[in-house]
Design a protein around this ligand. Structure first.
Ligand SMILES: NC(=O)c1ccc[n+]([C@@H]2O[C@H](COP(=O)([O-])OP(=O)(O)OC[C@H]3O[C@@H](n4cnc5c(N)ncnc54)[C@H](O)[C@@H]3O)[C@@H](O)[C@H]2O)c1
Ligand SMILES: O=C(O)C(=O)C[C@]1(C(=O)O)C=C[C@@H](O)C=C1
Length: 370
């Protein structure tokens, strides 16, 4: 007998989870998405085995239900689900970036005897939708579970066992603690990234050329501002209190920076940057064999490449032939007739190491891991 797992919401996270869970041949995957085109694409890509006609049908046939919908939608569906009949032993979970409001909304389901364990894989992308789904997305990433007071150890173990094929590092946290930490390292930085883009847009009229100058630093800092506004609207609403605390701290810090600029003391300015560098450099990082750290990490390989047409496809073909998937690719600097730097990101340090070996055999480009 196969284990039936239903995924509601087959976008980046639901789709990626489906691909990872399909590594287990004993799992039968049922999917539902409010967009039939999305469910159909998930089926055609082999992410799910069957398309359910409704969220109700998906829930009622499952041993495990995974909600991978925007967090306010998840809360809304929980209310409808009070009328549905789940299997007696079913375990319901979610993937939402916030946890306390989801756990609160699940109380009514738990009162009806339905087991709910909150979940949040701490890996993702600014891309959304099923077409961006990747089997390896969660490898080495932290995957946080937030059980409630009534959850048993056995139920947590059952969910952990199901999620093993994601190859994520499962950890258990309190929902409040989760929301405080994700405000610091994910939700507030997202507000900052979007506001930096807003500052650029607001000054474009006076400086029409400025956006063309937005190079590496600005792009690195604001990549996440290209993420789905619905997802981030919902997260911001649900984690508002923690975000207000972060905004207050940031305003204080900006005032300190303002004073520093007014005083214009070189030692003080040096210390400001030096302290940040020392702390940033000590964060769990991308060295070979590193485990995923406080930050969502990419495993970058820097390659010095001659600036000639076709160079990128040459390199991506070598990687594709070796079955190595990359998560991002960009050129940091190119000038005609000189070497540029191609930065390729991988899912894991092991994948990057393999890419380096394969490229070293096929080319004589020099490569660096920073
Ligand atoms: N994107 C990330 O980096 C990331 C990382 C970790 C967790 N999450 C969380 O995972 C969840 C999904 O995010 P995503 O990035 O996969 O978003 P997504 O936009 O790629 O996918 C969401 C899917 O849900 C579907 N959907 C929306 N309303 C629905 C409804 N009423 N019924 C059925 N399907 C519905 C959409 O059609 C879409 O296919 C969110 O709660 C998000 O907070 C996102
Ligand atoms: O890498 C990105 O694009 C992300 O924004 C991923 C990210 C994050 O902030 O780290 C975003 C939200 C999720 O809840 C988890 C991961």
């Amino acid at each position: 007998m196969k284990t039936t797992v239903s995924i509601i919401g087959l976008g980046l996270i639901g789709g990626s989870l489906g691909l990872a869970l399909k590594r287990n041949p004993d799992v039968h995957l049922v999917g539902f998405d409010r967009s039939y085109a999305t469910a159909d694409e998930a089926f055609r890509r082999g992410i799910i085995d069957t398309i359910a006609p409704s969220a109700k049908s998906a829930c009622e046939q499952a041993d495990f239900v995974i909600f991978a919908t925007p967090v306010n939608t998840t809360v809304a569906i929980f209310e409808e689900a009070l009328e549905w009949t789940f299997k007696e032993h079913a375990i319901v979970t979610d993937t939402g970036s916030t946890k306390k409001p989801i756990m609160d909304a699940a109380v009514a389901l738990q009162e009806k005897g339905i087991t709910f364990i909150g979940g949040h894989p701490m890996a993702g992308s600014h891309k959304s939708g099923v077409s961006a789904a990747m089997e390896h997305l969660f490898e080495n990433a932290y995957y946080i579970l937030t059980p409630s007071k009534t959850t048993t150890e056995h139920q947590i173990t059952l969910l952990e066992t199901l999620l093993e094929t994601t190859k994520a590092k499962l950890i258990v946290l309190q929902a409040e603690e989760h929301d405080r930490m994700t405000a610091i390292i994910s939700h507030f930085p997202h507000l900052v990234a979007s506001s930096l883009v807003g500052r650029l847009a607001a000054q474009e009229e006076q400086q029409p050329f400025v956006k063309r100058l937005a190079a590496g630093g600005f792009r690195d800092l604001t990549r996440i501002a290209s993420a789905d506004p619905v997802m981030w609207r919902d997260i911001t609403i649900q984690n508002r209190d923690e975000l207000l605390t972060q905004v207050d701290g940031w305003l204080d810090q900006m005032n300190t920076i303002r004073s520093m600029l007014v005083e214009n003391n070189p030692d003080q300015i040096f210390d400001f940057f030096s302290q940040a560098k020392t702390y940033r450099d000590k964060l769990p990082s991308t060295y070979e064999g590193a485990v995923q750290g406080a930050l969502y990490m990419t495993f970058d390989l820097h390659i010095d490449i001659p600036d000639h047409p076709g160079i990128i496809s040459e390199i991506t073909k070598i990687l594709a032939d070796a079955d190595i998937s990359l998560t991002n690719i960009r050129i940091v600097e190119t000038r005609t007739d000189v070497y540029g730097i191609l930065v390729i990101s991988f899912q894991s340090a092991a994948e990057r190491k393999r890419a380096r070996q394969v490229l070293a055999q096929a080319t004589d480009y020099s490569m660096h891991v920073l």
